[in-house]
Design a protein around this ligand. Structure first.
Ligand code: AMP
Length: 291
């Protein structure tokens, strides 16, 4: 496996791979790789001839006061995980190679409910920062499949819109969330939880399961509404003293508008702070009432 630190080398390597007939898979990450990231890399390596992993803590997607400076960084470990999962290439560029001269004047602006609700309103500028760096990575990587986790569902919805709205020659592939045995979704930020916070952090998954169970039990009841399910999820988080709820909602999986009903492509989404660590999670509602 090759490790590159320059974006122009990265572009050349992938252009050369395609010219030689290879298909390319791209796995963008911010590093501190865990088995969730590894699952994306394995998925890419199984489907594409060359899998390229990018490791870049993108300053554009952190607001002032967020955890840019304390975000975990360990390139040696990341290189080992990427190689073991089947990557052919790791790009780990310095920020001034990605953004020569500092912050770019031209960035991608996300619109619609995706921009103004949930992650969009809780973290102003975050999704614009994600869309901007992903647009750059798509331009650098060229035609490819790109693998993203369902765990960051709103980010995945933004990336799908980005690829479609700006006509990138990229097939966006969503991959299932990898969890600890107690249900906590793997996240690079979990390492910053104390032992008691780590135990409390299962509250996000517990809230989602409570919502899912209520839906299964109550879906046939016409009076049963998404807002009721959201309230049940919120109550689970409020009962956990170490957790502070940011939001719990049932949304349309593509637009992130509040779901009107509990049928169709609907997602329960949740965000909460456990100690100083902000965690997000989600679960699709499998609609058994449709054929
Ligand atoms: P990050 O390094 O947090 O920016 O994540 C890089 C990619 O890994 C994103 O597409 C995430 O959605 C995905 N990812 C993060 N955690 C998980 C997980 N637990 N399971 C599956 N994918 C994940």
């Amino acid at each position: 496996m090759r490790v590159l630190d320059r974006v122009d080398q990265f572009r050349k390597e992938l252009d050369a791979a395609r010219a030689a007939g290879a298909t390319v898979g791209l796995v963008p990450t911010m590093g501190a790789l865990h088995d969730g990231h590894a699952s994306l890399i394995r998925r890419s390596a199984a489907a594409c001839d060359v899998t390229a992993v990018t490791v870049f803590v993108n300053p554009l997607q952190f607001a002032p006061g967020e955890d840019l400076d304390t975000y975990p960084r360990d390139l040696e470990h990341d290189v080992e995980v990427a190689a073991a999962a089947g990557a052919a290439l790791v790009l780990a560029p310095p920020a001034d190679d990605v953004y020569p001269g500092g912050r770019p004047d031209l960035t991608v602006r996300v619109g619609g409910h995706l921009a103004t609700r949930l992650e969009g309103s809780s973290r102003p500028g975050h999704l614009d920062g994600v869309a901007t760096v992903v647009a750059k990575l798509f331009n650098l990587a060229g035609p490819c499949r790109a693998y993203f986790g369902d765990k960051d569902a709103q980010q995945l919805a933004v990336v799908r819109r980005l690829a479609a709205d700006l006509s990138f020659p990229v097939e966006v592939v969503g991959c299932p969330t990898v969890r600890e045995v107690d249900g906590l979704a793997l996240s690079s930020r979990n390492a910053r939880l104390s032992a008691t916070e780590r135990a409390a952090a299962t509250v996000l998954h517990r809230a989602l399961l409570t919502g899912a169970t209520a839906v299964t039990a109550g879906r046939c009841d016409p009076a049963y509404e998404p807002a009721h399910v959201a309230a049940l999820m919120a109550a689970v988080v409020r009962a956990e003293t170490l957790a502070t709820l940011d939001y719990a909602e049932v949304v349309d999986a593509a637009t992130f508008e509040p779901a009107a009903t509990l049928t169709g492509d609907v997602l329960m989404v949740i965000a909460a702070r456990v100690g100083a660590v902000r965690l997000i999670d989600n679960l699709p509602l499998i609609d058994k009432t449709e054929p």
